[in-house]
Design a protein around this ligand. Structure first.
Ligand code: SAH
Length: 207
């Protein structure tokens, strides 16, 4: 997978490649999908959600230009796979999942596999995780129609955010946002398809 799907398509960041080599993807997919764990595509993980294609996980991780000392927030824990990749590279990972069952399952899985630097929370990621902000990097793994302002607010100066942006059911693009002292820059990267970023009024804001 690392050689043919990632390196062959231009992923170069050594830390990203090493993490993708070291996280056992088959332990993050349902039993009946295990034979396909290292194939070149997304896979269903239950509740209508998916684990992203390995290339997209690597592309997004590389784009964030992570450092070992970084504190990263992920929105859309899903299976916990992307969080595990981040955990191999950075100091601390915070991740929020809106579907209760997926949040608790990912929490147990990451704990069982020994990813002690990942913190999972059930909640609406629109609000970010103010108590743990600011973050060096934020990764959103569900397709949003706009960029949630609370997430921009919770980025450090110099911080990077990657998020799929586009109208539901149409092609989205990965957008890389960099927060500078006096401005926010946005760069449109590659076209992608993600499950939608959803909202749950009952969940309200996160502390
Ligand atoms: N990163 C995941 C895949 C994510 S699929 C992995 O590595 O497996 C997208 C996930 O985002 C889904 O599980 C979906 O329930 C979740 N999601 C959608 N909207 C959300 C929101 N507002 N807050 C938190 N999670 C959300």
């Amino acid at each position: 997978m690392v050689k043919t799907q990632l390196e062959a398509r231009g992923i170069k960041d050594a830390a990203t490649l090493l993490a993708m080599q070291n996280v056992p993807r088959h332990l993050f997919v349902p039993e009946n999908k295990k034979p396909y764990a290292y194939t070149d595509g997304p896979l269903p993980i239950g509740e209508g959600q998916t684990i992203s294609q390995p290339y997209i996980v690597a592309f997004m991780t590389e784009a964030l230009q992570l450092k070992e000392s970084d504190k990263v927030l992920e929105i859309g824990t899903g299976s916990g796979y992307q969080a595990a990749i981040l955990a191999k590279i950075v100091d601390t990972v915070y991740t929020i999942e809106i579907v209760k069952h997926l949040a608790f399952k990912a929490k147990d899985r990451l704990q069982d596999l020994g990813y002690a630097n990942v913190n999972v929370k059930w909640g609406d990621g629109y609000y970010g995780w103010p108590a743990k902000a600011p973050f060096d990097a934020i990764i959103v793994t569900a397709g949003a129609d706009s960029i949630p302002q609370p997430l921009i607010d919770q980025l450090k100066i110099g911080g990077r955010m990657i998020i799929p942006v586009g109208q539901y059911k149409y092609v989205s693009h990965l957008v890389l946002i960099t927060k500078k002292k006096n401005k926010i820059t946005r760069k449109k990267l590659i076209p992608v398809r993600f499950v939608p970023f959803t909202r749950d009024k009952k969940l309200g804001g996160n502390k």
